[in-house]
Design a protein around this ligand. Structure first.
Ligand SMILES: Cc1ncc(COP(=O)(O)O)c(C=O)c1O
Length: 401
């Protein structure tokens, strides 16, 4: 008799993966769908990275590697942390995994005891709470107020910490809000953490290089070196190098934590794909100049899209500081009715209406813990974004009180 373990009832399928899947199904069924859900750059992986993989394959690099990643790639990761983040890690303090997601999964599974609390600033990337729940932990959500740029406030962090707090998860630039911290804002948070030595810090820096208006990127262990021995700094090649499908992420932190994570990985996926590791090595050690050029392109799209959105009555959008998402409010449209007479009570109803009425696929704010908002990815062409915003405007116009 088939049995599915009860722990599976604690989690939901990833809403972003589901939305992408639904858009693909509707398209396959002949509907004209504009999908703006995708969390991946529309740019291709640069040629020099693809070329490096051909060379590695020709040289027979097709075998198992160290579980934690090849020594060359771990050294390149350590160099990257020194070069970009003023962080000094030995090879034994670095792990390479199958995406940043696996690194986060490993860390939570290795450290959370039943009932331990993990502080998740809201809005949050959809996977944090469910990975915490799979690890028997308890996500503790702390609102980051829109009027404060969706940033975690030190006094709110202080209030949320209890003796059961195991981790704080930081993610900036943030998916979905785009919020990024200045050095002073981050220092105010690390000052709180210095008063609570039992709290570990997971910082998900995956959007590090997608930062706008000349902002400086900073990460917790950099602004407060006193936190380094309890911080796991997570990053990866997915977003910066347009390598989402390659599935390479990495983390650096205290040797004992990394050792446990490698042990877990040795009993799950073993090493990340050797081919993808060769690509990631070329990404981290090769030319870096295209990253800024691509970020500039994203910034231009951001400005255009935010302008279009704020011209739609009922929609209100702040200017994200980084990442490639806009996260507008649709609060003014709650309580309206669709032409078919359906009541729009929340962003789930709103997003479903957009899909059915206009063939526009977006993501609902509830997935990120903040109704009534919605997320649009602008990692796609301006033509597609213009078509999407046009459909959104048309759909909003038809809503009545
Ligand atoms: C905030 C955040 N962290 C981690 C990831 C996962 O990245 P990876 O492809 O490295 O698993 C994503 C992907 O969307 C993300 O948005």
């Amino acid at each position: 008799m088939l049995h599915i373990a009860s722990r599976m009832n604690r989690i939901q399928p990833s809403p972003s993966s589901m939305a992408g899947q639904r858009a693909r199904e509707l398209r396959a069924a002949g509907r004209d769908i504009v999908g703006l859900t995708s969390g991946e750059p529309d740019f291709d992986t640069p040629e020099h990275i693809k070329d490096a993989v051909q060379v590695a394959l020709a040289a027979g690099q097709t075998k198992y590697t160290d579980v934690a990643g090849t020594p060359e790639l771990r050294a390149a990761v350590a160099d990257k942390f020194r070069r970009d983040n003023e962080l000094d890690y030995a090879p034994g303090e670095v792990i390479v995994g199958t995406g940043g997601k696996q690194v986060i999964f490993n860390a939570f599974m290795c450290t959370i005891e039943a009932g331990d609390e993990v502080i998740v600033p809201t809005p949050y990337w959809v996977s944090y709470p469910d990975i915490v729940r799979l690890a028997d932990g308890q996500p503790v959500f702390v609102d980051c107020p829109p009027e404060k740029g969706f940033k975690l406030q030190p006094e709110d962090l202080e209030r949320a910490i209890t003796p059961r707090t195991r981790w704080l998860v930081m993610n900036a630039p943030n998916n979905p809000s785009g919020a990024a911290y200045t050095r002073a804002e981050l220092k105010a948070l690390t000052d709180v953490l210095m008063r609570h030595p039992h709290v570990m810090v997971m910082t998900d820096d995956i959007y590090e290089h997608i930062l706008y208006d000349g902002r400086e990127f900073v990460t917790p262990a950099q602004v407060e070196p006193g936190l380094k021995d309890r911080t796991l700094t997570v990053n990866g090649v997915s977003k910066s190098y347009a390598m989402t499908g390659w599935r390479i992420g990495y983390g650096a932190g205290p040797a004992a934590l990394i050792k446990a994570m490698v042990k877990l990985q040795s009993q799950s996926t073993s090493n990340p794909s050797c081919v993808a590791q060769a690509g990631a090595l070329a990404a981290l050690t090769g030319p870096q100049d295209f990253i800024a050029a691509r970020a500039a392109e994203f910034q231009a799209r951001r400005d255009t899209v935010v302008g279009w959105l704020n011209a739609i009555p009922g929609v209100s959008c702040h200017l994200p500081e980084g990442a490639f998402y806009v996260f507008p409010s649709c609060a003014a449209l709650m309580g309206t009715r669709t032409p078919q007479g359906r009541h729009i009570a929340g962003s789930d109803d709103f997003v479903l209406y957009l899909l059915e009425q206009e063939g526009l696929a977006l993501l609902q704010g509830t997935a990120y813990g903040v109704p009534p908002y919605f997320r649009i990815s602008f990692a796609t062409s301006l033509a597609r974004l213009e078509e999407g915003c046009g459909r959104l405007a048309r759909a909003c116009e038809q809503l009545r009180r």
